[in-house]
Design a protein around this ligand. Structure first.
Ligand code: DAH
Length: 359
């Protein structure tokens, strides 16, 4: 049996195969079940024993040779493909980075993260409530009955009711205080929560926008007093403004949901549109506060003979303006890219107390 021709043919075919598919065709033609070499193998059985011995050895050698050539070629093709890919995907990692237009974190988000970190450190959890609120949560439960003048003062946005539906309309919540009720109803007492979020009032000038942000604070336990409130707020302001001292002014005030009540102002200056905290002769009101009214506790299912505590509601936008020297509130919500780039924060600098709130 002369196998020279077959050998030459298949080794040449292996060498010339341009890709894995072509190589597979060569393998099937030579060594596949119906391949040429396999067919010759099948004839061995009919040969006389002497002849079979040499022919069998030759055929096996041929089969092994072609098989080895196939494997070597397959490896070579794979290496070539990898080389090609490496060449195509080559990247010079030593090149300097290209500055990209990264988005920024809005000052309101930044400040919300900052104050959440501070209050978390004092043991306050975050609570949430809906922005479209029932008038019971927004008013009644907070000791503001329908005829109460405070309802007018809130410049409320009302939701639509279908004609003939004379239930009181839902409102866009005018403050974060309804979250006090929801949190106490769900968790009972003792409780320590803050509730940051959007609130809405029909108002628009340099210091008012129809949507703005508040953070509610609530601490209820057996013997919490105004002294705890004062310490908490002073401690918060020192940590938040990252200055050695801030000056707060507690003014006696009135809110239906607290008794007694106090409004708190912070000292600042405005020199040529540059706001500075802790100096100057101006005061900015940043929050309302007080001891939670027994009726409010009762409305949320908390027994006022057992529990008491303080609450406050603070303007997030205002403390953001003060801390970061942003003069006009309206710009917060105009989505002007130049403003956002100027006052925005890096998304990678997450505010934490140990690492620093702002950089
Ligand atoms: N909800 C009040 C407002 O928006 C602010 C406020 C005052 C909240 C006193 C309180 C509080 O929790 O105790 O004007």
């Amino acid at each position: 049996m002369d196998l020279t021709e077959i050998r030459g043919k298949y080794l040449a075919a292996v060498a010339g195969a341009a890709g894995e598919a072509a190589l597979e065709e060569v393998r099937v033609a030579a060594l596949g079940k119906k391949g040429e070499v396999s067919a010759l193998m099948a004839t061995l059985g009919k040969m006389p024993p002497e002849e079979r011995k040499t022919a069998g050895a030759d055929l096996n050698a041929l089969k092994d040779e072609i098989d080895a050539a196939l494997r070597a070629k397959k490896t070579a093709l794979g290496d070539a493909a990898l080389d090609e890919r490496l060449r195509a995907e080559w990247l010079d990692v030593t090149l300097p980075g290209r500055p990209r237009r990264a988005g920024t974190v809005h000052p309101v988000s930044q400040v919300t993260d900052e104050l959440t970190a501070i209050f978390a450190d004092m043991g306050f959890a975050v609570a949430e409530g809906p922005q479209v609120e029932s008038d019971w949560y927004n008013f009644d439960a907070l000791n503001i009955p329908p005829e109460h003048p405070a309802r007018q003062e809130h410049d409320t946005f009302f939701m639509h009711r279908a004609a003939g539906d004379d239930r009181p309309p839902h409102v866009l919540r005018t403050h974060t205080s309804p979250v006090q009720i929801r949190a106490m109803t769900e968790q009972g007492a003792p409780i320590r929560v803050i509730a940051p979020g959007r609130v809405y009032r029909m108002d628009m000038d340099q210091t008012h926008t129809p949507m703005f942000h508040q953070v509610e604070g609530l601490a209820i336990d057996r013997d919490i007093s105004m002294a705890n409130l004062k310490w908490t707020l002073e401690e918060f302001c020192r940590a938040f403004f990252e200055v050695p001292s801030v000056e707060l002014r507690f003014r006696a005030s009135h809110f239906p949901f607290t008794e007694p009540s106090a409004e708190v102002d912070i000292r600042y200056s405005n020199v040529g549109g540059q706001l500075r905290i802790g100096e100057g002769d101006k005061w900015m009101e940043i929050l309302g506060s007080g001891m939670v009214h027994p009726k409010v506790l009762a409305a949320a299912g908390v027994d006022p003979t057992q529990w008491q505590g303080f609450a406050f509601g603070m303007g997030i936008d205002r403390i953001a303006m003060l801390k970061y020297g942003i003069p006009d509130l309206r710009a917060f919500f105009e989505s002007d890219l130049r403003w956002l780039r100027n006052y925005g924060f890096s998304a990678l600098d997450v505010p934490t107390l140990p690492a620093g709130l702002s950089r």
